[in-house]
Design a protein around this ligand. Structure first.
Ligand code: CP
Length: 309
């Protein structure tokens, strides 16, 4: 069994992405499969989380693994000065795999170079959130019937939002057209626009968020303004209410449109959108369990054939 860390979406080929989505479908059909009996999954969360941690832990439990970990780094020896390297070496003594969220960009990659067990990146600073991207892809494929040739509108904090950065990279295989809707202060960073150019990904930038602009969207991907990443809170106050999706704005959108959001939301989607059949964000979060089951199994070296047996 070959064990590999899962730290960057950019490293995944099209075949690998489609393979993981296929495996996720198997887990959606039958979530409870005790194929990781005797394994221990460690969840190390150096930043807050609800969905990512709990869905990874649910995934591990449904696979029959046991879970250890922490949600508050202040209650661990990292608060006494223990290095990340020492922490992951220690946890590797206890667990077969480490799921890690960290506020420092690149921390999971660094951990994967030091730890003898595989590392799964559960989000690193404003950089990447690859398991979120896999569940976003799963949700897009499930609702659109394909990942190819879609109009994807990314709305909100495109500067600090790691989920949009990862999604952009993953979609390079599927000929998308992106629309970036953000205030000037939170525009898609140049490095990602350069990535689009290098990978022939079409994109259009907007600052307005109106019914007309989203009329031909297949996917409307809303994001929260990432308050915790601002060094200047005055700047956050200036942009925090930039865009709000209201139910009426969806009236003339395409019938196949689905609204996604990695969650948590603050005020960028009105609660009256929740009952609109085009709202898909809660199902999207549920899909995270199946996708994370697939990621854990694949990372531990279990194949699609093995899980079907
Ligand atoms: N989508 C996401 O990462 O949510 P949490 O921060 O609650 O894990």
């Amino acid at each position: 069994m070959k064990k590999e860390s899962f730290v960057s979406i950019a490293e995944l080929s099209k075949d690998k992405i489609l393979y993981l989505l296929e495996m996720s479908k198997e887990f959606e059909k039958t979530p409870n499969r005790k194929i990781l009996d005797g394994k221990i999954v460690a969840t190390l969360f150096f930043e807050p989380s609800t969905r990512t941690r709990l869905s990874f832990e649910t995934a591990a439990n449904r696979l029959g693994a046991r879970v250890i970990g922490f949600t508050d780094p202040k209650a661990t020896s990292s608060s006494k000065g223990e290095t990340l390297k020492d922490t992951v070496l220690m946890v590797s003594n206890y667990a077969d795999i480490i799921v890690m969220r960290h506020y420092l960009e690149g921390a999971p990659k660094y951990a994967s170079e030091k730890a003898p067990v595989p590392i799964i990146n559960a989000g690193d600073g404003a950089n990447q959130h690859p398991s979120q991207t896999m569940l976003d892809l799963y949700s897009i494929q499930k609702t659109q019937g394909t990942l190819e040739n879609l109009n994807i509108f990314l709305v909100g904090d495109l500067k600090y939002g790691r989920t949009v950065h990862s999604l952009l990279m993953a979609m390079r295989h599927f000929n998308p057209t992106f629309h970036f809707i953000a205030p000037d202060e939170l525009k898609m960073p140049e490095e990602y626009k350069l990535y689009c150019k290098k990978n022939n990904i079409r994109y259009v930038e907007h600052t307005e968020f109106t019914d007309q602009i989203i009329a031909d969207a297949d996917i409307l991907y809303m994001t929260r303004i990432q308050k915790e990443r601002f060094t200047d809170l005055m700047e956050y106050e200036h942009v925090k209410n930039s865009y709000v999706l209201r139910n009426a704005m969806l009236a003339n959108t395409r019938s196949n449109l689905r609204v996604l959001h990695p969650l948590p939301r603050v005020n960028e989607i009105d609660h009256d959108v929740d009952n609109n059949p085009k709202a898909y964000y809660f199902q999207q979060a549920l899909n995270g369990v199946y996708v994370r089951q697939a990621i854990i199994c694949d990372t531990l070296g279990l194949s699609l054939e093995t899980i079907k047996d």
